[in-house]
Write a protein that binds this ligand. Structure first.
Ligand code: ATP
Ligand code: FE
Length: 338
């Protein structure tokens, strides 16, 4: 199985402090051949022995999706292999099944750089959406807070993503020194919101910067307290919405009455503190919790390949003569509950 994912986008993102779509597209174009050749060499399976070719076609940056799709369709023609188009979030949701036996249906929480959603996974390509972020995703919030705190100038954090930097700094911070409101506490649904939290944090940072007489790029003395408070608030918001989703699933009989499972994935699910909080929620509800290791929670090619295998085994969406495949920059996962 051959894979294509946004590795170069991610690298550039952390260096530049944000993705510049045409630059991401150019980097994809320049690097895709080398990345594929290296992956094929490492796997020890020559291209002509591939069973099928699986590639992300939605959702994502148009420039990057186009490069991956065009490259893959050329290989499909050259080696006469079936093509399996992949939904990036379906791949995040199913990765864990490569490592643990988690049977459908299960509850899945996806928390990443561009998404935050709760769904019941009923089958390989069958997702019932229970709730999602009404504004930004938690990874985006953590990245923006980290950037606002200039954490790339912190000696420990210069090569970390924003989320990793916040997790690292939180360990030496005291969340009780900073007061933040947990979003949407009174909302009786399973949706999320993070932009209000980011505004609260920005106001606090502006005030502290002026108190400390800070120059641009310098790090606040209380940065670790702010990191700890943000991590705690994000964790509590996610935990409360997940608790609501669990109760809803029980009420509607959407999951097995015994041995129900919660799967968490996406880059933010690498966070050990958030995992611990969710572990408490799942245990209290008699659920088991499953999560890929951190390197498979953030974007990776293996999850795309695994999704291809799942689809191939289930006989879903395997194209033997693909002619007019289009990429889709915006594509929600699954159906809404109604
Ligand atoms: P999407 O999957 O929604 O399209 P994406 O592919 O950009 O978005 P991922 O690669 O799944 O996102 O995750 C990247 C995000 O995960 C970044 O926002 C990053 O800050 C966050 N992240 C990575 N490690 C951690 C961590 N330890 N704690 C919290 N957040 C983290
Ligand atoms: Fe992702």
């Amino acid at each position: 199985m051959l894979v294509c994912n946004c590795v170069w986008c991610i690298l550039f993102y952390y260096r530049a402090g944000g993705i510049i779509p045409p630059v991401a597209g150019r980097l994809h174009k320049e690097n895709i051949e080398r990345v594929v050749q290296e992956a094929v060499e490492k796997s020890g399976v020559p291209l002509q022995e591939l069973t099928a070719i699986a590639t992300t076609v939605k959702p994502g940056l148009a420039f990057s999706l186009e490069v991956g799709l065009t490259y893959s369709l050329n290989l499909v023609q050259q080696y006469k292999r079936p093509f399996i188009p992949i939904h990036h979030m379906e791949a995040h949701a199913l990765t864990v099944r490569m490592l643990h036996s988690v049977e459908f249906p299960f509850l899945v929480l996806l928390v990443s750089g561009g998404h935050c959603l709760l769904a019941v996974a009923r089958g390989v390509s069958d997702f019932l959406l229970l709730g999602q972020s009404l504004d930004e995703a938690p990874g985006d919030t953590l990245d923006k807070v980290a950037r606002r705190l200039s954490l790339k100038n912190h000696p420990d954090c210069s090569t970390m993503s924003g989320g990793e930097a916040i997790e690292h700094l939180s360990k030496s911070g005291d969340r009780l020194n900073i007061t933040l409101k947990i979003p949407m506490s009174q909302r009786p649904d399973c949706n999320f919101s993070f932009s209000g939290l980011r505004n609260q944090v920005n106001q606090i940072i502006i005030k502290k910067e002026s108190d400390e007489g800070l120059q641009e790029g310098q790090i606040l003395a209380c940065a670790s307290d702010i990191a700890a408070a943000v991590q705690y608030t994000v964790a509590m918001h996610i935990a409360k919405r997940t608790q609501r989703a669990i109760l809803f699933c029980k009420q509607e009989g959407l999951l097995p009455q015994t041995n129900a499972a919660l799967v968490i994935s996406g880059g933010v699910a690498s966070n050990q503190y958030i995992r611990k909080v969710l572990q408490i929620v799942t245990e209290a509800n008699g659920f088991s919790m499953h999560c890929p290791p951190p390197e498979l929670c953030t974007d990776n090619g293996i999850m795309i390949a695994w999704n291809g295998i799942e689809r191939l085994q289930a006989g879903i969406g395997v194209l033997h003569n693909p002619k007019t495949i289009h990429y889709e920059p915006k594509a929600p996962l699954g159906k809404d509950f109604s």
